[in-house]
Write a protein that binds this ligand. Structure first.
Ligand SMILES: [Zn+2]
Length: 214
């Protein structure tokens, strides 16, 4: 018996840890979206963080979508009742860590001076192991600093002691407290100020050996 097109769907298969997630829809974008949501829910659950509706929306969350997309296989157009053949979808065996998930999904809200210590660790909880070091992590660059350019995010390539680089706090102009750090990326510097609790971004001056940039 001939099958009609109406019985065909787009199917997408994803894998998180050993769990296989199957989503299908007659519209490919819908199938992808529900697979992404299911992967995101599963990742949030394993990282112990709340799943946020609309987590994927907008330019600033491209990073999250890209991260989640690493778990998705290739969409296939097939008969609705066809047996799921995981291997036909080229489903990746994506390896991730709880820290990666927390960084992707909570970075924006966590990035505040209260959560950053003198060693450059970002704390997401009270426990001693509930932190990760920002060296090597990517920071979202505030859009007003990159007008006409498209930085989006930059990796922290060094962490330095603010007391040795600054004469005064760039926020409140008082003495820089002990333990204040500067996170350095290729084009920017971020100082989480301990005295006045601000996240102060500055643009790196082109000169490499001029430390007096303030
Ligand atoms: Zn200050």
């Amino acid at each position: 018996m001939a099958k009609t097109d109406g019985e065909k769907v787009w199917r997408i298969v994803a894998r998180v840890d050993d769990e296989i997630i199957v989503k299908q829809s007659d519209i490919v974008e819908k199938a992808i979206r529900s697979a992404r949501n299911a992967v995101c829910q599963r990742l949030c659950k394993s990282a112990g963080i709340n799943y946020e509706l609309g987590w994927w929306k907008g330019r600033k969350h491209k990073d999250r979508r890209d991260f989640v997309d690493n778990f998705l296989g290739k969409p296939l157009y097939l008969l609705k009742d066809e047996k799921v053949e995981v291997e036909h979808h080229d489903v990746p065996c994506e390896v991730y860590t709880i820290e990666m998930v927390r960084l992707k999904f909570r970075k924006m809200t966590l990035l505040s001076p209260e959560n950053i210590d003198a060693w450059g660790n970002l704390h997401w909880g009270q426990g001693d192991d509930e932190k990760f070091n920002l060296l090597g992590a990517k920071l979202p660059i505030p859009p007003h600093l990159c007008i006409g350019e498209d930085f989006e995010e930059e990796e922290v390539i060094a962490i330095s002691d603010a007391q040795t680089c600054l004469d005064e706090c760039p926020g409140c102009k008082s003495d820089v407290p002990f333990g204040t750090i500067i996170l350095i990326t290729e084009h920017f510097r971020l100082t989480p100020t301990q005295c006045c609790s601000q996240m102060i971004w500055t643009r790196e001056k082109p000169s490499l050996d001029n430390e007096d940039w303030s």
